[in-house]
Design a protein around this ligand. Structure first.
Ligand SMILES: Cc1cc2nc3c(=O)[nH]c(=O)nc-3n(C[C@H](O)[C@H](O)[C@H](O)COP(=O)(O)OP(=O)(O)OC[C@H]3O[C@@H](n4cnc5c(N)ncnc54)[C@H](O)[C@@H]3O)c2cc1C
Length: 425
């Protein structure tokens, strides 16, 4: 009997022969040794690319979750890799620790977030994998391996971002920080001012990002800074209502972009400037109910404004159906061989397309702009790149492929999609 599986957006579908959810290490080892290949491990299925898709065995670690141990003095926590970020935040808060930064949602499994270099925003803040102090994984022959940053620096840098193709991560030790509070503010400004002040504005806060609303000429800037002030209520989220309004305006006024822009601008001008203080775990994540598909490219930081200006021009000239805001973030450089932030301070630009219609014409038109500026794609978001492109974008690509062969000599984790990424087809 085959099963059916789709990713969060519904764009990627697969029919694995079997889906396994072991709740202990022995079960994971057994699956690696005996289950029908290709064996793909899945987190929460929130990637937009077919990373987890297989017609062999889909291995879910949803029953392999929770805290294993922690070291209060060093702010370290050892976590089972199936743990979702929502429960992870709560269990860390209970032991006095916090994640230094987070992305937009808390639904991913920590193994999945590490697997694609998931990130938040902040010029000095790295993606989740930069918190790795140690990891336990099962290699392609079913052996359990333990790595620590102190002893195995190179191997951790080779395998910390690994697309589920360098073994099944079972436990990870994260270097956290003491719990903290954030002062978060949001305000609207013209996009031309935002682009002109891009460097100082993105650098002036612990975490800064902005959304550009297509056809509006305006951006919403979001800044977060450490605070020791008392907490104040986080205003109710209005993102979903906002999206519904943008969709309606798109549908009714696609023929009159100037009028559409005028109305969006007047709605944005009436948005209350948000300003509150909350504990870290109540700030980062939002509820994303409207399904979309997404492309995100990671560019050299200084190229961000030029690339964004071209993406905006493309969208407003040729793709009136687009209504989702574009998201612009910054990420600190790191040392992980397959990290899109490898040795490069980054500006990340994300574009979104309603999941109800075909995203490919928009994505295909935008991708050459991102590539012209030296962009590396988010591993979990739409792109059309293959091994030859990655070899040119990642200085340690060849070395990483050698490590992969050592860990998985028989290609247990290699699906046709992974083969195209790694040049094994
Ligand atoms: C609504 C939404 C919001 C998002 N926001 C952000 C954001 O703010 N920032 C950002 O960077 N990305 C964001 N993403 C993308 C998302 O974070 C990544 O695609 C992430 O990898 C998804 O995590 P997951 O647990 O669903 O992993 P999956 O998509 O299930 O898997 C991702 C990869 O990790 C591998 N993997 C999973 N578990 C393990 C394991 N135990 N061992 C080894 N490999 C494993 C899989 O094989 C696969 O290659 C968003 C996605 C959605 C749908």
């Amino acid at each position: 009997m085959t099963n059916s599986w789709t990713n969060w957006s519904g764009f990627v579908a697969a029919s694995p022969q079997q889906i396994l959810s072991p709740d202990n290490l022995g079960g994971i080892v057994e699956a690696v040794k005996t289950a029908l290949g290709p064996l793909r491990v899945v987190g929460a299925g929130h990637s937009f690319t077919p990373l987890a898709a297989t017609d062999g065995t889909l291995l879910s670690l949803e029953k392999f979750e929770g805290l294993v141990s922690h070291d209060p003095a060093a702010s370290l926590a050892r976590i089972r890799a199936g743990t979702r970020l929502g429960p992870l935040m709560k269990l860390l808060q209970e032991i006095g620790q916090g994640l230094p930064n987070m992305g937009d949602i808390d639904r991913q499994a920590i193994g999945g977030a590490l697997g694609t270099a998931t990130h938040g925003s902040g010029r000095t803040l790295g993606a989740y994998h930069t918190q790795l102090e140690a990891m336990q994984f099962v290699d392609g022959q079913g052996a359990v391996r333990e790595l620590t940053l102190a002893k195995d620096r190179d191997l951790i840098h080779a395998t910390g971002v690994a697309l589920g193709a360098f073994g099944i991560l079972t436990e990870v030790t994260l270097k956290n920080v003491a719990t903290y509070r954030l002062h978060r503010r949001k305000w609207v400004l013209p996009i031309k001012d935002m682009l002109a002040q891009f460097q100082p504005m993105m650098g002036a806060h612990r975490s800064a990002e902005f959304y550009y609303v297509p056809f509006s000429g305006h951006a919403q800037f979001i800044a977060s800074d450490l605070s020791d002030k008392p907490v104040s209520p986080r205003p109710p989220e209005e993102d979903e209502e906002g999206l519904a309004t943008l969709r309606k305006l798109r549908t009714v006024l696609a023929w009159a972009p100037w009028l559409r822009g005028l109305i969006i601008r007047s709605v944005m001008a009436r948005l209350p400037a948000e300003d509150y203080v909350q504990d870290w775990l109540n700030v980062y994540a939002s509820d994303r109910r409207t399904r979309f598909n997404e492309m995100e490219y990671h560019l050299p930081f200084e190229e961000g404004p030029k690339a964004l200006a071209e993406i905006i021009e493309l969208t407003e000239k040729r793709f009136p159906e687009v209504y989702f805001p574009m998201e612009v973030r910054s990420v600190a450089a790191d040392e992980f061989w397959l990290s899109p932030f490898y040795k490069r301070p980054t500006c990340s630009i994300a574009i979104h397309h309603d999941a109800a219609s075909n995203p490919l014409p928009f994505m295909r038109a935008a991708e050459p702009i991102f590539r012209k500026y030296g962009g590396r794609p988010h591993w979990g978001k739409m792109h059309s790149l293959t091994a030859r492109d990655f070899a040119a974008l990642y200085p340690r690509w060849k070395d990483a492929m050698e490590v992969r062969r050592d860990i998985d000599p028989q290609g247990r984790f290699v699906s046709p999609y992974l083969a195209s990424l790694f040049g094994l087809a």
